[in-house]
Design a protein around this ligand. Structure first.
Ligand code: UDP
Length: 235
C-alpha cells in the first residue's frame, strides 16, 4: 500500500451528479462504495467536502449578501454535504466522526487535532465539515491544512478529470496528461490545481497532491494500491 493515511478532498459540485443543484443520492452511494474499498484495505481516511453544490461565498455579493456572511453560508453548506456523506458511509458499515470548524454540538464534534488523529487510529473515517471555520478560505485550503495537521501522506483531490493536462482536454484534442509534476512546474506553467493558499500550504509542508478522477469506478483503490498509474502526482 503506497499510502497509510489519506486526505480525500471531494468537491461539493461533484455531489450534484447529474442534477443542477443539491445532492444526488446515486453519487453519494458511488463515493461511499469507493471509499469502503480503500477503508477495507486498512487505509486511514479523512475527508474534506466542499459546498459548491449548495452555496459559495463568492455568489453572495451578486445577490446583495455580505461576503463574510456568504462565506459562513458556504461553510454551513459543507456541513450539509458532510452529514449526507457521513450517513451514507455509516449505512455501508463504516465508522465515522464528523468534526466541524464551526461549533455545532448537536450535529458534530468540534475540530480538535489530537482527537481527529485518535479517531483515525481507531479506524474511523473523519469528515471535516465547515471548512477551517474562517471566511475568505476554501475547502481546498481546508484539505491542505487538515492534511498537514493530521500528518496525512497525501492530499487526493477527486475531480471529474483524470489529472492535470497541458491544455483543457475538453477544448484541445492535443492536450496531454502529466503523470507527475513538481510544485514549481505547476506554478511556472500556471496550471490551475487549487487556489494558491491551498497549493503553497502543501508545497511548504511537503505534502504531495494527486489530482484524479473520483467518478471512475475503482480509481481510488488503484491509486492507493499503487499498481497502476492514476491521475497526476504533484510533489
Ligand atoms: N468557505 C469558507 N471558509 C472555509 C471553507 C469554505 O469561507 O474554510 C466557504 C466559501 O465561501 C466557499 C464555500 O464555503 O465558497 C464552499 O466551499 P468551496 O467553494 O471550497 O466548495 P467546492 O468548490 O469544493 O464545492
Amino acid at each position: 500500500m503506497s499510502y497509510k493515511r489519506i486526505l480525500l478532498k471531494l468537491s461539493g459540485e461533484a455531489l450534484m451528479g447529474k442534477q443542477n443543484y443539491g445532492i444526488d443520492p446515486a453519487r453519494l452511494e458511488q463515493y461511499a462504495l469507493e471509499i469502503k474499498k480503500v477503508k477495507d484495505q486498512g487505509v486511514e481516511v479523512a475527508i474534506v467536502i466542499g459546498g459548491g453544490n449548495i452555496y459559495r461565498g463568492v455568489q453572495a455579493e451578486a445577490s446583495g449578501i455580505d461576503r463574510v456572511q456568504g462565506d459562513y453560508m458556504g461553510m454551513l453548506a459543507t456541513v450539509i454535504n458532510a452529514m449526507a456523506i457521513q450517513s451514507t458511509l455509516e449505512k455501508h458499515g463504516m465508522y465515522t466522526r464528523l468534526m466541524s470548524g464551526i461549533k455545532m454540538e448537536a450535529v458534530c464534534e468540534p475540530f480538535i487535532r489530537r482527537r481527529a488523529v485518535r479517531h483515525l487510529e481507531k479506524g474511523r473515517i473523519v469528515i471535516f465539515g465547515a471548512g477551517i471555520g474562517n471566511p475568505y478560505f476554501t475547502t481546498d485550503s481546508t484539505a491542505s491544512l487538515r492534511a498537514i495537521e493530521i500528518e496525512a501522506d497525501v492530499v487526493l483531490k477527486g475531480t471529474r478529470v483524470d489529472g492535470v493536462y497541458s491544455a483543457d482536454p475538453e477544448k484541445d484534442p492535443n492536450a496531454v496528461r502529466f503523470e507527475k509534476l513538481s510544485f514549481e512546474e505547476v506554478i511556472s506553467k500556471g496550471y490551475n490545481i487549487m487556489d494558491m493558499t491551498a497549493f503553497t500550504l502543501c508545497q511548504e509542508n511537503n505534502v504531495p497532491i494527486i489530482v484524479f478522477d473520483m467518478n471512475k469506478p475503482g480509481n481510488l483503490q488503484k491509486l492507493i494500491e499503487g499498481k497502476e498509474q492514476v491521475g497526476t502526482l504533484i510533489s
